[in-house]
Design a protein around this ligand. Structure first.
Ligand code: HEM
Length: 310
């Protein structure tokens, strides 16, 4: 399958970059070159700094994939993310053609990689968003709760994050849903800790799960806990990271969920924003506003190499 680093941990530092393409046809040359070069650029940094857990992921929005590779089939679930609108909350849809998720134990190293990527694309792409995130304390979201505990691990992580034989041409690829959230930390910090714990469904200090009786139906870990029709728990691999500009009063979470099937992530988003039943939306959204929302296809390393030759 040879997947990209879709199951890596969130890391100490992450840079997320979303580019728009001025003209996919004209961009084809530089983008294909980069598909060919990215593995070597990353490998070089990994060799030079083996202790830093460096990883790089490259992906494509639906329109860009079609525009860049018009002769190729498209992954079954690749689409432009459609806004999800509940009574109170909206998961907005925002544009994005190329996507990069860079992680390392030191920020300077991924700034170096981001610089190389940006210079390779400078003539054909414009930046839509670049977010620099950091590990906050002991892997907490900026709202103070440990984030990532229920993530699947090892084989289970790959099964959750990677496309399988149901779409063989794209096996080892992944659907990465990205959303940038801003939190209302003033309102959140006024909420007593016991209430915050009911919002998340876990205890704040020691990260223990609340009992089923204690968890309200609109707790975050209730609405995002979903199962298939035959009762199997459906999982995605999350690598959320905190970002902040305290002087501007900006505190956020960059959500990224890698899934082998986008419908899993979509169902979680519908449960959060609309609610199941409708109206039972995620209480976390009372304190968190999504300001972006874009879906990307992450090809396997093998497919990326094929695209470079296309
Ligand atoms: C405002 C942005 C978000 C924040 C701050 C956040 C934070 C958290 C925290 C603290 C937990 C509990 C610990 C853990 O198991 O990781 C959690 C669980 C979870 N979150 Fe989020 N999350 C956010 C958005 C999302 C989104 C958009 C999705 C899915 C589309 C999602 C899916 C999940 C899942 C599947 C779990 C595990 C639920 C379970 O216990 O089975 N989260 N999140």
């Amino acid at each position: 399958m040879n997947p990209q680093d879709i199951t890596a941990r969130p890391g100490e530092n992450a840079i997320f970059i979303i580019f728009g393409l001025k003209n996919p046809k004209k961009a084809r040359g530089p983008v294909k070159d980069l598909c060919g070069k990215l593995p070597a650029l990353t490998r070089s940094l990994k060799n030079r700094f083996p202790e830093l857990g460096i990883s790089a992921v490259m992906g494509f929005g639906a329109e860009a994939y079609e525009g860049l590779f018009p002769k190729r089939a498209k992954p079954k679930e690749l689409e432009v993310f459609q806004e999800i609108k509940g009574k109170k909350h909206v998961a907005v849809s925002t544009p994005g053609d190329l996507f990069f998720h860079l992680r390392a134990g030191r920020l300077d190293v991924i700034v170096e990689l981001a610089t190389q990527i940006s210079s390779a694309l400078s003539q054909v792409a414009h930046p839509i968003d670049e977010t620099h995130g950091f590990r906050y304390l002991d892997s907490r979201a900026i709202i103070g709760f440990v984030d990532g505990t229920e993530n699947p691990e090892r084989d289970e992580a790959l099964t959750a994050a990677a496309i399988g034989e149901e779409d063989p041409e794209f096996a080892g690829g992944s659907y990465a849903m990205t959303q940038k959230y801003l939190h209302d930390l003033t309102a959140w910090s006024k909420l007593p800790v016991e209430e915050q714990e009911k919002v998340i469904g876990r205890h704040k200090y020691d990260d223990q799960e609340l009992s089923d009786e204690e968890k309200p139906t609109n707790a975050h870990n209730v609405v995002t806990n979903i199962s298939s029709e035959d009762g199997r728990e459906l999982k995605i691999v999350r690598a959320n990271i905190a970002f902040a500009n305290p002087a501007k009063g900006e505190h956020g979470t960059y959500f990224i969920g890698y899934a082998g099937s986008f419908s899993t992530t979509k169902k979680m988003l519908e449960n959060m924003f609309i609610g199941d039943p409708p109206g039972n939306s995620d209480r976390l959204l009372e304190y968190s506003r999504a300001i972006s929302g874009t879906l990307f296809f992450i090809p396997s390393w093998d497919l990326l190499a094929t695209l470079a030759e296309e």
